[in-house]
Design a protein around this ligand. Structure first.
Ligand code: IMP
Ligand code: MG
Length: 174
């Protein structure tokens, strides 16, 4: 059974997300159409739920499935997009990720959405591990930049578990 230490507690998460939500509302002030907020399944679900509640403006929510890990903690290097895809043609899209690690997932998603005719594409990630980057890509907004450590909680899993923790924690054992 893994042990963990809290890295980002619940109130720190909530305060930062409220700030980012308000910042994003300002960013999209001139956009009259509903914003299309797309969460990357499955890790972004908790972050997205809090982020959209911090955004007082018209928006729609959609999800996209991307996976690269399987059950391992090391990326397989191949990113797969699967399932039904939201129609993004002509839409102002905010793409919500849980974490940018090697960057392969975000890079793949950005490339895919850009070929599908978005009006604009903005990316936000709860976490960023810049020291792990293997491809050149940055999220436009990052809630927290962290060191290279495997993290769980607040949507992030270790072999499917721990997504329900209300904080972000570092795994420190097996
Ligand atoms: P990337 O393609 O290597 O940037 O990896 C992105 C995906 O890997 C994220 O969306 C997560 O699902 C997963 N991931 C990367 N690092 C972690 C971690 O520390 N904990 C849990 N999942 C992670
Ligand atoms: Mg993910």
């Amino acid at each position: 059974m893994s042990q963990y230490n809290v890295l980002i507690d619940t109130s720190t998460l909530q305060e930062r997300i409220r700030t980012l939500g308000a910042e994003l509302v300002k960013t999209f002030e001139s956009v009259e159409d509903p914003l299309l907020v797309i969460g990357v399944l499955r890790g972004s679900v908790l972050f997205m739920a809090d982020l959209v509640r911090a955004m007082d403006r018209p928006l729609e929510t959609e999800y996209i499935r991307a996976s690269s890990y399987g059950d391992a903690r090391v990326s397989s290097g191949t990113v797969t997009l699967s399932g039904e895809r939201p129609d993004v043609q002509g839409r102002h899209v905010l793409l919500v990720e849980d974490i940018v690690d090697t960057g392969r997932t975000l890079k793949t998603l950005v490339a895919a959405l850009q070929t599908e005719g978005v009006a604009s594409l903005t990316t936000i990630s709860l976490l960023d591990k810049p020291s792990r980057r293997e491809v050149e890509v940055e999220a436009d907004y990052v809630a927290f930049t962290i060191e290279d450590a495997y993290v769980i909680g607040y949507g992030l899993d270790d072999a499917g578990l721990f997504r329900n923790l209300p904080f972000v924690a570092v795994v420190d054992g097996d």
